[in-house]
Design a protein around this ligand. Structure first.
Ligand SMILES: [Zn+2]
Length: 61
């Protein structure tokens, strides 16, 4: 089984990433960025927050 070491982008913890064969384009895998699903969710929240703060002039809602 292929594995690589990663650093959680949320809590900074080292973790092992299992590289599985099944990967779908456009799908978010928390294992790519975080050590656990909770940190993955937190990472997504931060990304959305950053995205929202850069888009202040969008009135096409
Ligand atoms: Zn973490």
């Amino acid at each position: 089984m292929a594995r690589r070491k990663g650093i959680c982008k949320v809590c900074g913890k080292e973790y092992l990433v299992c590289i599985t064969a099944t990967r779908y384009p456009g799908v978010f895998y928390w294992q790519d960025v975080a050590c656990c699903p909770e940190c993955g969710r937190e990472y997504l929240r931060q990304v959305e927050e950053a995205r929202a703060s850069t888009k202040t002039n969008n009135t096409n809602g």
